[in-house]
Design a protein around this ligand. Structure first.
Ligand SMILES: Nc1ncnc2c1ncn2[C@@H]1O[C@H](COP(=O)(O)OP(=O)(O)O)[C@@H](O)[C@H]1O
Ligand SMILES: [Mg+2]
Length: 460
C-alpha cells in the first residue's frame, strides 16, 4: 500500500475511534473554523453543512474558538446545547509550540446521564458499605472473647490472659486437645489486637503435604522450580503482613521447616523460594498444638529452641470434661446459633438429655458437643431434644470408656487411685486423727498405716 493509502487508512481508524468513544466531536483550525465534526447523531447537524464555518455559528455556547486562542485545555466543562447540559472536553492541539487547532468532544450528551450513573455508583457504594458492616458484624461476633462461652474459673482466667496477650506483640502458644477452642482463642486475640483490621491467616501445618509447606508459607518467585506458576506465588507469611499468622498443629511441622520458621521469627525477615530479596516479617504469630510438645522434644520430633521462641505466652485450654459446668451454657449457646443458622424455630434440650450431656466425657470436646447438637436438631421433630435424639455413646453410660486405648489403665491402678483418694479425704476430714479416719474407713488402724506407707501418702 502506498503512503497516502496508509495515511487514509489510519485516519479512518481514528475516525472510528472518535465515533465510538464520544457522543460527538469537533475539530477546529486556529481561526476557529470547523475542519471535521460528527454532531450528526447528537445535534442533527450534517458535517458537510458545517465544514469551513466558524464554530460559533454552528454550535451553541461553544468555547472552541477561545481554546485555540488561549491554548488551555478545558476538561469536563458543562455546555448547554439544544436545551441539554452536556459534558465536554476541549483540548488544544499544539505542535512545535504553535496552536494548530483544537478538538472538542462530548462525553455525556446529558448531565442527567451522569447523575444517573452517579446515583448507581452511590447506590453500589452504600450496598458495599452495608455488606462490609455485615461481614464485620458477623466476624466480630463470631470470634471475639465475648463469644467464648464459659463459667469455668480457669477458662475465665485464660480469657483474661488472652485479652492481655492481645495488647502485646508477643508470640502466643495455645495448647489443648482437639476441639477445645484453640482456634477460637486465636481469632479472639487477633480481633482484640490493634491488628484487627488486617489479615488473619491460618495455616494448618498438619494438613499441608510436607513438600508444599515451604512454598505455602514463603511463596516463590517466577520460575523458582519446574511446575511453579509463571507469575510466582505469594506465601502466607507475606499475606499475613501487618496482621496475625496462626500456625495450627505446629506440633506436626517437619523438623526442617521448624528450623526455617525459627530463623524467620528471630531475624524478622524471609525470602520467597528462588529469590534472595529479603522481605520483612511483620505479623504476630499464634501457634497451636494438641500434641504434648515437651514429649515431642524428648522424642526429638520438635526443636527445643523453637519451642522456647514460641512459648512466650502459653495458654493451656482445659478439655471439656474438666469443666463440665460449661456443658450447659455451651449447649444452649451452640443450639441457638445452629437454629439461627439453619433458620429453624426454637428448640430446647430437655432436662434428661442435658443430664446425659453432662455425664459424658467429651473426647472431642466442644466440637463434638456441637456435632451432637446438630444431629439432635435434625432428629428431633418436636420442640424438645430428648435423650433418644442423642448418640448411643452418650446414653450407654460408657462415656468414660469411649476415649483412647492409651487411657485404659490396669484395674489395680484404678483401685489404688480410689484408695489413695479415700484415705486422703478421710484423714483431712478427721483433721489428721488417723484412728478416727481408720474407724470411718472401716479398717484397722495398722492397716491404714500400712496403706499410707505403701502409697507414700505424706502430705496430709
Ligand atoms: N468456649 C467456646 N464457646 C463457644 N464455642 C466454642 C468454644 N470452644 C469451642 N467452640 C466451638 O467449638 C468448635 C471447635 O473449636 P476450635 O477453636 O476449632 O477448636 P480447636 O482449634 O481447639 O480444635 C468451633 O465450632 C468453636 O466455635
Ligand atoms: Mg483446630
Amino acid at each position: 500500500m502506498d503512503k497516502l493509502g496508509e495515511l487514509r487508512e489510519s485516519i479512518e481508524m481514528l475516525e472510528d475511534i472518535l465515533n465510538y468513544a464520544y457522543e460527538g466531536y469537533v475539530l477546529v483550525d486556529p481561526q476557529g473554523r470547523i475542519v471535521k465534526m460528527n454532531y450528526d447523531k447528537l445535534l442533527g447537524i450534517k458535517e458537510e453543512d458545517a465544514i469551513g464555518k466558524h464554530v460559533e455559528d454552528v454550535i451553541e455556547n461553544t468555547r472552541m474558538h477561545i481554546v485555540v486562542k488561549t491554548g488551555l485545555k478545558e476538561i469536563r466543562d458543562v455546555q448547554r446545547i439544544q436545551g441539554h447540559d452536556m459534558i465536554t472536553n476541549r483540548i488544544p492541539i499544539i505542535k512545535e509550540n504553535k496552536i494548530i487547532g483544537a478538538v472538542g468532544t462530548v462525553l455525556f450528551k446529558d448531565i442527567s446521564d451522569i447523575k444517573e450513573l452517579a446515583h448507581q455508583l452511590l447506590d453500589l457504594q452504600s450496598k458495599i458499605n452495608k455488606y462490609k458492616g455485615e461481614i464485620e458484624r458477623i466476624e466480630g461476633t463470631k470470634y471475639s472473647f465475648d463469644n467464648i462461652i464459659t463459667i469455668n474459673p480457669k477458662m475465665e482466667y485464660l480469657k483474661k490472659v488472652g485479652r492481655m496477650a492481645a495488647e502485646t506483640n508477643s508470640t502466643v502458644l495455645i495448647t489443648g486437645e482437639s476441639g477445645t477452642g484453640k482456634e477460637l482463642f486465636a481469632h479472639a486475640i487477633h480481633r482484640a489486637s490493634y491488628r484487627k483490621g488486617e489479615a488473619f491467616i491460618a495455616i494448618n501445618c498438619a494438613a499441608i503435604p510436607r513438600d508444599l509447606l515451604e512454598s505455602e508459607l514463603f511463596g516463590y518467585d517466577r520460575g523458582a522450580f519446574t511446575g511453579a506458576k509463571k507469575e510466582g506465588k505469594t506465601g502466607k507469611f507475606e499475606h499475613a503482613s501487618g496482621g496475625t499468622i496462626f500456625l495450627d498443629e505446629i506440633g506436626n511441622m517437619p523438623m526442617e521447616m521448624q528450623a526455617k520458621i525459627l530463623r524467620v521469627l528471630e531475624s524478622k525477615e524471609f525470602e520467597r523460594i528462588g529469590s534472595n530479596k529479603k522481605l520483612s516479617f511483620e505479623a504476630r504469630v499464634i501457634a497451636a498444638t494438641n500434641e504434648n510438645i515437651e514429649e515431642a522434644i524428648k522424642k526429638g520430633r520438635f526443636r527445643e529452641d523453637l519451642y522456647y521462641r514460641l512459648n512466650v505466652i502459653t495458654m493451656e485450654i482445659p478439655p471439656l470434661r474438666d469443666r463440665i459446668e460449661d456443658v450447659e451454657p455451651l449447649a444452649e449457646n451452640i443450639l441457638d446459633y445452629l437454629l439461627h443458622e439453619m433458620r429453624l424455630g426454637e428448640k430446647e434440650v430437655s432436662q434428661e438429655a442435658m443430664r446425659y450431656l453432662k455425664m459424658y466425657n467429651w473426647p472431642g470436646n466442644v466440637r463434638e458437643l456441637r456435632n451432637v447438637l446438630e444431629r439432635a436438631i435434625n432428629l428431633a421433630t418436636g420442640k424438645t431434644i430428648l435423650p433418644e435424639h442423642l448418640p448411643e455413646r452418650l446414653l450407654n453410660g460408657m462415656g468414660h470408656v469411649i476415649g483412647y486405648m492409651e487411657d485404659i489403665v490396669p484395674l489395680r491402678d484404678v483401685v489404688a487411685d480410689a484408695e489413695v483418694n479415700a484415705i486422703r479425704k478421710a484423714i483431712i476430714l478427721a483433721k489428721g486423727n488417723k484412728s478416727l479416719a481408720a474407724e470411718k474407713l472401716g479398717i484397722h488402724r495398722t492397716a491404714l498405716y500400712k496403706k499410707i506407707d505403701k502409697y507414700k501418702i505424706s502430705d496430709v
